[in-house]
Design a protein around this ligand. Structure first.
Ligand code: HEM
Length: 326
């Protein structure tokens, strides 16, 4: 049932009427999935998406990628980890279990999004939430192919890139759910913001190439790309310089807070990148670098949706539509 509750907490006429018996019986479900809860679930989903990137990194960095040597079962005759695979089995199986936590949060987010009346506003929160929900089985499948290809570095890279795309989309959902207003800017300035985001996507993609060429394969016998890790690290860093330069231009030209926040996160992440490179890739720093990559995606997507067209009739936010459902 559609319940056009205000995200800002203003109940609709529908809400003030006495609820039917089935709603009273499942009152807890209606409370948990009320439209007003979208803001919280969208943030929870973003935290869960970032967390699964970090736990995925733990799998790779502890060489536990084949701790469950098959998929969808963990071992040929069981879905759960077996003692002969030791701590690696526990780590890989634990990461598989986390998918269910993320799925539960995403289902709740999607149900809330369906109850929000955002007709006319783009992108629609329900479309975003649906893509994020469908991203979970897609990622489970890519994760399965990762195992079945014995951690092929290009499939491992695709697995991380898909997570990064979901993090960016989840950030847009958070913006829409909270009704964060866009700064109206000229076409040229919007182009700069888009180019900056594109450069960040290239940085992240090149990062996965560096990883696929480096020592942390996820299993001691896993294949590598064969590229020179030093050379690809330099190409990765060069793309970072370009992204940082574009962000600095945004800070100066747009005087935007979102650009400033992105710049700070990029510089911190860049420093971690240089440090881990010079120190021979210690596990702790590499994990921090992955969390940083996720945060760069959050800040980059926030920057992207922080600007809108400079026209007299700006697109309404979800929160505005909640107040004036048409
Ligand atoms: C905005 C800044 C940066 C972002 C967003 C970024 C992002 C990433 C990503 C997504 C990965 C792949 C992680 C994986 O596949 O598990 C990666 C790996 C890597 N990055 Fe960066 N990076 C940045 C800056 C730097 C800088 C300045 C350096 C310095 C050389 C650097 C060095 C590395 C290295 C050596 C790896 C491979 C780590 C491994 O083998 O596990 N990064 N980066």
């Amino acid at each position: 049932m559609t319940n056009y509750t205000s995200v800002a907490g203003h109940p609709s006429a529908e809400q003030t009427a006495p609820s039917p018996p089935h709603q009273r019986r499942f009152g807890w479900w209606h409370r948990v999935t009320a439209a007003a809860m979208l803001r919280r679930w969208a943030v929870a989903a973003l935290v869960a998406n970032l967390a699964i990137v970090v736990t995925g990194a733990l799998v790779r960095l502890t060489a536990s990628g084949l701790g469950c040597p098959t998929w969808p079962r963990c071992v040929p005759d069981s879905y759960v980890a077996q003692p002969e695979y030791g701590i690696h089995g526990v780590i890989e199986f634990g990461n598989r279990l986390l998918t269910f936590v993320l799925a539960a949060v995403m289902v709740l987010t999607y149900v809330c999004a369906r109850r929000v009346a955002d007709r006319g506003a783009r992108p629609r929160v329900r479309t975003l939430a649906l893509i994020l929900l469908l991203g979970i089985p897609a990622q489970a499948l890519i994760g399965g192919i990762t195992v079945l290809t014995q951690l092929n570095p290009f499939v491992v890279a695709l697995h991380l890139l898909a997570s990064m795309a979901l993090i960016a989309l989840n950030t847009v959902l958070v913006h829409r759910a909270w009704g964060i207003p866009r700064q109206p800017v000229t076409t040229g300035r919007r182009a700069l913001v888009r180019v900056t985001f594109l450069l960040l996507a290239v940085v992240v993609w090149l990062g996965t190439v560096v990883t696929g060429s480096g020592p942390h394969a996820g299993d001691h016998g896993a294949a590598r790309t064969g590229y020179d890790p030093v050379l690809v690290s330099h190409v990765h860093a060069a793309a970072v310089y370009a992204a940082v330069a574009a962000t600095v231009a945004g800070v100066i030209w747009l005087r935007s807070r979102a650009a400033m926040l992105l710049l700070v996160i990029e510089l911190l992440q860049g420093a971690i990148g240089v440090l881990q490179y010079r120190m021979g890739l210690p596990i702790g720093l590499v994990m921090l670098h992955l969390l940083g990559a996720g945060l760069v995606m959050v800040a980059g997507a926030s920057y992207l949706v922080s600007v809108g067209p400079a026209r007299s009739n700006p697109q309404p936010t979800v929160a505005e539509l909640q107040h004036h459902p048409s």
